[in-house]
Design a protein around this ligand. Structure first.
Ligand SMILES: *[C@@H]1O[C@H](CO)[C@@H](O)[C@H](O)[C@H]1NC(C)=O
Ligand SMILES: *[C@@H]1O[C@H](CO)[C@@H](O)[C@H](O)[C@H]1NC(C)=O
Length: 328
């Protein structure tokens, strides 16, 4: 009897503790603005709802205690915030966005392993982007306009969308863990020197590559929709594993390009457009290409083109070369 009531008391105490841990402050749609406002939710291991921190005037903000947010966490539009940290935050079921902070230097997310979407954008002072616990489950990622030279700890196997743009100090990026993308890969304007690779990526929906020094997609097999390459600095473009493009392929204004190699490509569901690649003297490397459902449009200063396997060009062919040695 004594024992029983003791157990009952212990149970009663834990129930009270639990109720405190998940009290009324732990849910809803809240707009904290100060460190004091954030301290009010520090006992919420799970926050049910969304948190918007807009235009805070604090220099340092720490989201203590919270391990999971069932909605979004958005921290945006401050000219004063230097450092944001969420030391225990593991999961954001919605969007995690840090955006539009003039002087933000640090974003510490040491425990983060999952978010539906991650946006780090318009953060011209942010130099380090890292996910020490491994951000291994994330559908879409956008990293735009930061000072970071690299990103470490991003490790999903499948993704929808990945956008990397206007990061002027980014020199090298390997999206090495990703095998499949159901959406878009958009890599543009990261200075002139980005060496980009997705070394295990086999399928994606669409892609745009602009201003790259190197591109390495050694096992890419299928592009469901469009793929384009504009104003890149590389001399050779090899996509020898690529078999099928569902939409259009565009290769334009790549001023140093001298060689293309698409050894396995047999079908393009849209158009093939190759134009204004000033150093490209031969359009070849398409030894298996037999079907193009749109137009083949080739323009430039090439002396030679070779598509030995071509049988079916539904949209017709347009050839324009300024070369004087072209044999036709
Ligand atoms: C960015 O933040 C500044 C400062 O708070 C604000 O005035 C501006 O409207 C914000 N811009 C966007 C696009 O949210
Ligand atoms: C061809 O390339 C040059 C140099 O990059 C550029 O100035 C021009 O606008 C391009 N032409 C077209 C039609 O894209």
């Amino acid at each position: 009897m004594t024992r029983l009531s003791l157990t009952a008391i212990v149970l009663a105490i834990s129930a009270v503790t639990l109720a405190q841990a998940q009290g009324p402050e732990c849910s809803g749609s809240i707009k904290p603005i100060s460190q004091g406002d954030l301290e009010a939710i520090k006992n919420c291991k799970v926050f049910t709802g969304s948190i918007l921190i807009d235009a805070t005037q604090e220099a340092f903000l720490t989201l203590n205690g919270v391990e999971e947010i069932t909605g979004d966490l958005i921290v945006q539009s401050s000219v004063d915030l230097k450092s944001f940290s969420a030391p225990q935050l593991k999961v954001v079921r919605g969007e995690l966005k840090l955006q539009n902070h003039t002087i933000l230097e640090r974003a510490d997310l040491p425990a983060l392993v999952e978010a539906k979407g991650l946006t780090l954008a318009i953060l011209p002072g942010l130099q380090i982007i890292q996910f020490p616990s491994g951000l291994n489950k994330v559908e879409s990622v956008r990293i735009e306009d930061t000072r970071a030279p690299a990103v470490t700890g991003l490790g999903p196997e499948t993704m929808d969308t990945f956008i990397l743009t206007n990061n002027n100090y980014m020199r090298q990026f390997d999206l090495s863990t990703v095998k499949q993308m159901t959406g878009t890969l958009f890599i543009t304007s990261n200075g002139q020197g980005l060496d980009f690779g997705a070394t295990n990526l086999a399928t994606l929906r669409s892609a745009t590559f602009r201003n790259l020094a190197q591109l390495n997609l050694p096992v890419l097999t299928t592009v469901a929709a469009d793929i384009s390459f504009h104003q890149n600095e590389f001399t050779k473009l090899s996509l020898d594993g690529l078999e099928m493009i569902g939409g259009t392929m565009t290769l334009a204004n790549n001023d140093r390009l001298t060689e293309t190699s698409f050894k396995s490509l047999f079908k393009i569901g849209g158009a093939l457009s190759i134009g204004n690649n000033t150093q490209l003297k031969a359009i070849d490397g398409f030894s298996k290409l037999s079907e193009v459902d749109g137009t083949i449009d080739l323009a430039g200063a090439f002396d030679l083109y070779a598509m030995p396997a071509i049988q079916d060009i539904r949209g017709g062919m347009r050839l324009q070369t300024s070369s004087s040695v072209f044999p036709c």
